[in-house]
Design a protein around this ligand. Structure first.
Ligand code: ZN
Ligand code: ZN
Length: 251
């Protein structure tokens, strides 16, 4: 296995591939029907519709291993008000992969932190715990298989946690769904295939606009120029709103 590598502005990577299979780095194959597979990391048997070209399966829990320890303390220490800048800082942590279900928990936790840092109500530690436990349950591949991008579900989690929504809550129930539907509409407009960085950023933009409209909490949003293009096999190049200007030839 390769040693740790330093990526400018993005910390030191663990000794595992940044993209593709966590064991060997080969591309994943997505299949029609999920079958029980043994996770190559924890050894547990789980239903899975994704496997690498060499037959490895790594479960969502192992993909997001250590999420609680690595990024909740980081968010609790941060005074950043711009949720897009906060997202970039979290995605730059060495535990976060190019794609992966860890983004589904990162999106609501980043939004809740920015909400808090812009004067929004609530006990941030408790809000983050709730968002993390919900976000970790959203598996990978939902964008292609369920028609619900996990980052959009993460935006919904941001509001379900804030409003106290649950399946029986008459008042709060429609609110997260309205935001999730806006996120999904925007993601479909921009087009596919997957990119966990692009979808997370787009959902955060939608969520910030919604929070301002509905709850009067304004979050500043800066411009983001992506730095992940060369590591994303499925990058859509200049069709992506975050593709840096002048980089066309390298796409
Ligand atoms: Zn593999
Ligand atoms: Zn596992």
């Amino acid at each position: 296995m390769a040693g740790c590598c330093e990526i400018p502005g993005r910390g030191t990577r663990k000794r595992e591939p940044f993209t593709g299979c966590l064991l060997c780095g080969k591309p994943l194959r997505y299949e029609l029907i999920a079958v029980p597979r043994t996770c190559a990391v924890c050894g547990e048997e789980k239903l899975s519709d994704a496997v690498c070209e060499d037959g490895h399966f790594v479960c969502s829990a192992c993909h997001a291993a250590g999420l609680d320890e690595f990024f909740v303390p980081f968010l609790l220490r941060s005074a950043e008000k711009d949720p897009l800048r906060l997202l970039e800082a979290v995605m730059a942590l060495p535990q976060v992969h190019m794609h992966g279900p860890e983004h589904h928990a990162i999106v609501p936790c980043v939004l809740l932190t920015a909400w808090h840092n812009n004067g929004g109500e609530g006990d941030l530690k408790k809000l983050l715990s709730a968002a993390l436990s919900r976000g970790k349950q959203v598996p990978g591949g939902t964008c292609g298989y369920w028609g619900v991008c996990g980052a959009a579900a993460g935006a919904g989690i941001f509001l379900s946690v804030l409003t106290g929504s649950n399946p029986l809550n008459r008042e709060a129930w429609p609110i997260p769904m309205e935001l999730t539907s806006r996120c999904l509409k925007r993601l479909a407009e921009v087009g596919g295939p997957r990119c966990c960085k692009r979808t997370s950023r787009l959902c955060i933009r939608e969520a910030a606009a919604f929070a301002a409209e509905r709850f009067g909490v304004e979050m500043p949003l800066g411009e983001i120029a992506c730095t992940y293009m060369s590591e994303n096999r499925e990058c859509i190049g200049t069709k992506c709103p975050f593709f840096p200007a002048g980089k066309e030839r390298e796409a």
